[in-house]
Design a protein around this ligand. Sequence first.
Ligand code: NBP
Length: 503
Amino acid sequence: MTTNLADIGLVGLAVMGQNLALNIADHGYHIAVYNRNSEKTLDFIKRCEHEEPAHEHVKGYVDMLAFVRAIKRPRKIVLLVKAGAATDATIEALLPHLEQGDIVIDGGNAHWLDTIRREKHLSSLGFAFIGSGVSGGETGARFGPSLMPSGTLEAWSSLEPIWRDIAAKIDHKTGEPLPGAAPGKPVEGGVPCTAYIGPNGAGHYVKMVHNGIEYIDMQLICEAYWLMKTLLGMEAGEIGKVFQEWNEGVLSSFLIEITADILQQKDPAGEGYLVDKVLDAAGQKGTGQWTASSALELGAPANAIAEAVFARALSALKDERVKASKVLQGPVVKLETDRVAIIEAIRDALYCSKICAYAQGFQLMAEAQIAYAWTLNFGAIAHIWRGGCIIRARFLQKITDAYATDPGLKNLMLDPYFTEVLHTGQAHWREVIALAVRNGIPVPAFGSALAYLDGYRSASLPANLLQAQRDYFGAHTYERTDQSRGRFFHVDWPAVGRPQSEM
Ligand code: NBP
């Protein structure tokens, strides 16, 4: 008797779990849901009564065994619980009830090394484990997220129809995200923003890099806003209109769109714009830091992504900054009057910096695929990010196109389209940074993105001196420019003139 059984189960009924469950139900799937605290399950079932057609498709359970038995075999059980220990606790609680071949899908923001560990553990017990990045927050989960799944191909083929149905969709003619769905009315057609990423932790790694890019994307937008405010003396509402205009062109993206809205929002509790009353101390949940740590570990130069994490950390030192502002002096900002030209220059600085930031994210994933023996499809990843997620943007199509033209592309900046943008935009970009530096306005993300470009395009760097220093104090050896690579030398430095020895 399988007819009354659910197509899929879901554990964890906080914001993400509730919304993903409703999305799945909207697509005609029967879903069983469970939450550790059963009150949440009961409340959710009440919510479902007001959502078409969820009341028919969602069944809540307060007993885990009954929940598991209510799902068709091989079972697919999605976890949307707090990442870390809560995910391990939920898996341990589920294990005694599972049967061979059942598939556990972790949709939380797990660290990829945890996903590798969990996949190994569950597969040793005869179960399958999929780590799936889910991006798009509450609205994405409800009406179409960007989904980054990884695990065995067999487990993925079982989950794929549901994942493709519930993902955000892209119009295959225009490449633009299709308009949002409504409760009970999912989007028909379109190319789904999901695809198989690779084995074990690959999906969560890619989701983590997405979040790292999200950090730098946001920081770059903030620097553009801050320059217009401090250097041009513009009001938030005026700056919002500039972002609104930018959203019509190459910069068109979810983050630019919401920035335009945010900046034009009046304070509902008083005079002026709300953004001017929001405390300038940024929070973070850790995925940006994971990205930066992974870049450091793999030796991938994702300096702008790391800079965005540090910029948040510096902003959080609000009290110290207020005290320091009374002690440490810098130049007095001289208001610029050529507003139109400077806004255009800031736009170019933003687009060029963004290209460098994405180049770093993709370069990092290229290093990770070697370290973890994955084969990532970068064009497909850019496509998955085209809709549903926080960094969705028109220019991601250019990244998909770049990898379609050259699947072995070493760095995005070397794709002809991106090279051309960097060539035409860099004079403005440099001017903007110079203006900021002269006026003492911090632009860490603009600056580090430019340093990445300048470093990457330099055939020679001062690392010759660095290697010599290392050999001087630590006998770390050096290679010579007039010898073949791979031959290492050492010299007894203080005694200039002594012969060097090959190591
Ligand atoms: P939370 O991350 O706030 O987690 C709440 C859920 O975890 C509740 O169902 C809670 O059950 C459960 N839970 C906890 Br806390 N400890 C548990 C334990 N020891 N055993 C079993 N269950 C436990 O929920 P969320 O914001 O909906 O996010 C869910 C996942 O999705 C997270 O991994 C998050 O990082 C990820 N994510 C979130 C977003 C977003 O925008 N919020 C976006 C993308 C991904 P209880 O009700 O019994 O306490």
